[in-house]
Design a protein around this ligand. Structure first.
Ligand SMILES: [Zn+2]
Length: 329
């Protein structure tokens, strides 16, 4: 049997108002543009690698964030095979007796959604989650580590000619992590079903964590400006501004030096009398969530530049449902 350590890069809609998104957004939130994989034999020796670039069929404009992260350009993708051919090529690389291993659950979920959207008829290999095995080895509970931080923990150095956010390089590093874990074969205890990607309405009840006189005061609150990392409780640093989503709802990303990136969610509700109730939550941010927040930040900046008239932030009389594209839990 072969272990295929896989990593993907994907594009996302530049705008949730775009015609491509309106056409396929419920079936395809992220469109794969690169499949990188390293093949390990049963003794976890590297016996092959592949790097497949894919020309997107729907989200043809590369999102600036994706472009910045992956350093891929439209020219790199022009003339490359489409997903249906690329997945055949990837299946051929995997061979008959293979399992897929990934860092986290995102990549298998995105792979499955792309396979379904493009009506791939074959059967994808079973998938296993190295991040969960790593978390168990180091007793991390549910707090997940970024690949880079896992490498540091295991003393694996970044190689000069292998930048991160390149599907093959990330797959290669992930393979090194797997090889270094105490008993790599145990990865087979960490099966990972693809998650369903989609817009999910938040059904969480509103719990007041702070009472503030105004929304503006809430946004300036020190717990918001310097959110505590849920893992170590030390102050994390905001890496985006607080982005308004709808009246009384804001999102942002923050970063703890040790524990990586988190999603900051802020909600306000009008209390009886003048005060406002505020709910602050800080939770691990998956790659999808991070990409989503970056899209929202760009949209917000664009609106501000174009003279858009924002609704009064202090007016909380409107009720809205949230729609994060990815259910993080
Ligand atoms: Zn921390």
């Amino acid at each position: 049997m072969h272990y295929i350590v896989m990593d993907l890069e994907w594009n996302q809609p530049v705008s949730f108002q775009s015609s491509a998104y309106k056409q396929v957004g419920d079936k395809l939130l992220f469109e794969i543009i690169q499949i990188g994989a390293v093949k390990l034999d049963k003794r976890f020796r590297i016996v092959g690698e592949t790097d497949i670039l894919i020309s997107p069929a729907y989200y043809k404009r590369l999102h600036p964030y994706v472009r910045r992260m992956t350093k891929l350009t439209p020219e790199d993708l022009a003339g490359q095979p489409g997903f249906p051919d690329a997945i055949q090529q990837f299946m051929k690389f995997c061979g008959k007796d293979a399992v897929i291993c990934t860092w986290g659950a995102d990549d298998v979920s995105v792979l499955k959604q792309n396979a379904d959207c493009f009506a791939f008829e074959g059967k994808l290999p079973d998938a296993y989650n190295i991040q969960r095995y790593f978390a168990e080895v180091f007793n991390l509970g549910n707090s997940q580590r970024a690949l880079k931080s896992a490498m540091e923990q295991l003393g694996i150095a970044e190689e000069e000619d292998r930048d991160f956010h390149h599907a093959l390089h990330d797959a290669y590093y992930t393979a090194l992590v797997l090889k270094k874990l105490p008993d790599p074969k145990r990865i087979l205890d960490y099966g990972q079903e693809p998650r369903k990607l989609g817009h999910t309405a938040s059904r969480r009840r509103f719990r007041i964590t702070h009472t503030v006189p105004t929304v503006a005061a809430g946004l300036r609150h020190k717990d918001v400006v310097q959110p505590a990392c849920p893992a170590c409780k030390k102050p994390a640093v905001l890496t985006t501004e607080m982005i308004p989503q709808s009246p009384g709802r804001y999102i942002a990303l923050c970063k703890c030096k040790t524990h990586g990136q988190f999603l900051v969610k802020l909600r306000f509700a009008q209390l009886k009398g003048k005060d406002k109730g505020m709910n602050l939550s800080v939770s691990p941010a998956s790659r999808q969530t991070r990409a989503y927040v970056h899209t929202k930040e760009l949209q917000h900046q664009y609106r501000r530049k174009s003279g858009y008239v924002f609704p009064d932030p202090e007016d909380l009389s409107q009720v809205c449902t949230s729609n994060m594209p990815f259910d993080d839990k």
